[in-house]
Structures are given as structure tokens and as C-alpha cells.
Design a protein around this ligand. Structure first.
Ligand code: AMP
Length: 192
């Protein structure tokens, strides 16, 4: 079973992906995590994407498609892939479809976590404050300025994917405003 979690930043994609990893032995493929790891380890690619990410803009399709291709080719025994934060553009969605079909795999569900913007701002700025309170550092892009850019990128570049997957008959929307357990249960119903 291969699924996409769709939704704006702060919708809870990472949290729900983690639950699916624990409960179903699925593999979470988060391009955001992969890019942050490249940034931290200071690879050439990491250096190239750092400023774009900190600003809240999208990195190029070529880079993220390459990252996903590597992970898909790595293989392994598991319950399927959860695409978290990928695809974010129509070109990425097409590329994912091609990669999966080359592997003889299919996409089973694109699940949208529906939330409203006020919640997103509260959640993201809350996430930054919690990280700092715990003695760590907040994500470089968890600030009001970058958040505005990230939300705009979502509405302009990523939200068309809702229509794309709807047209393919793959889209289900769940209410992302409930508690973590409620959202988890709603996703479990979709996958049942
Ligand atoms: P995320 O952790 O998913 O919120 O991603 C953090 C940042 O990484 C985004 O704001 C983008 O700059 C970059 N990024 C992550 N995934 C993608 C993607 N699929 N396409 C383009 N940029 C991405």
C-alpha cells in the first residue's frame, strides 16, 4: 500500500506518517527531512537548497524527484510508502506516477488533511516555541515570514494536486482539526 499525505505546512502530515510507520510497518519518505539532513551534513546539495528552504520556497523538482527515486530504488521489506511533503507540484506528481509504475507499484490513496490557516500558524509557531523551550532550536523556516511564503507555495503550487488526485479517483479528504487520535482513526478508515 502506497499513500500520499497532502496538506499545508502544519496540517499534521509528519505526525500521522509517524503513526503509520509504527502501526503498519510503512516507510515514511519525507523530502523535507531528507533536505534538512542534507543541509545539516553540509553536502553540496544541502548548501544549494539552504537559502531556498529557509525562505520557505520550494526547491527544484529535479532535486526532490532525485531524492525520492533513490529511496524507492533502495527496496526493502515493508508495508509500503508514505509520501510526506512529496509531491508538491504537478511535475512531481507525474514523476511519482511514473516511478511507481516502473516498479510495478501503484498509488493507493492520496489523503488530504483539511485544516484552516489560523490553526496552521498557531501550530507552527507553537512548534517553534516548544523546540526552544526544550533547549533545542526551532526549524529555520518556522517563523512568521517564512510561514507566509510556505503557505503561498502550498496554495499556488501544491493545492492543484487535490484536483489532480480527485480526477484520478485517488483523493480522500479527512478533517485534520481533530485530536491526533481522531485524525489517526479517520485515516485508518480510509485505509481499511
Ligand atoms: P517540509 O518539512 O515538508 O515542510 O519541507 C520543508 C521545506 O523543504 C519546504 O518548505 C521546501 O523548501 C522544501 N521541500 C520539501 N519537500 C519538497 C518538495 N516535494 N518540493 C520542493 N521543495 C520541498
Amino acid at each position: 500500500m502506497n499513500i500520499i499525505l497532502l496538506g499545508p505546512p502544519g496540517a499534521g502530515k509528519g505526525t500521522q506518517a509517524q503513526k503509520l510507520v509504527e502501526g503498519r510497518n510503512m516507510v515514511q519518505l519525507s523530502t523535507g527531512d531528507m533536505l534538512r539532513a542534507a543541509k545539516t551534513s553540509g553536502t553540496e546539495m544541502g548548501k544549494m537548497v539552504a537559502a531556498v528552504m529557509d525562505r520557505g520556497d520550494l526547491v527544484t523538482d529535479e532535486i526532490v524527484i532525485g531524492l525520492i527515486r533513490e529511496q524507492l530504488e533502495a527496496g526493502g521489506d515493508h508495508g509500503g510508502f508514505i509520501f510526506d511533503g512529496f509531491p508538491r507540484t504537478l511535475a512531481q506528481a507525474d514523476a511519482l506516477g511514473e516511478l511507481l509504475s516502473e516498479m510495478g507499484e501503484t498509488l493507493d490513496h492520496a489523503i488530504e488533511l483539511e485544516v484552516n490557516d489560523e490553526i496552521l500558524v498557531d501550530r507552527i509557531l507553537g512548534r517553534a516555541a516548544e523546540a526552544v523551550a526544550a533547549g533545542g532550536t526551532a526549524r529555520a523556516d518556522d517563523n512568521e515570514e517564512s510561514l507566509k511564503t510556505r503557505l503561498m507555495a502550498y496554495y499556488k503550487q501544491t493545492s492543484p494536486l487535490l484536483g489532480y488526485y480527485y480526477a484520478k479517483g485517488d483523493l480522500t479528504s479527512v478533517d485534520g482539526l481533530g485530536t491526533m487520535d481522531e485524525v489517526e482513526a479517520a485515516i485508518a478508515d480510509v485505509l481499511a
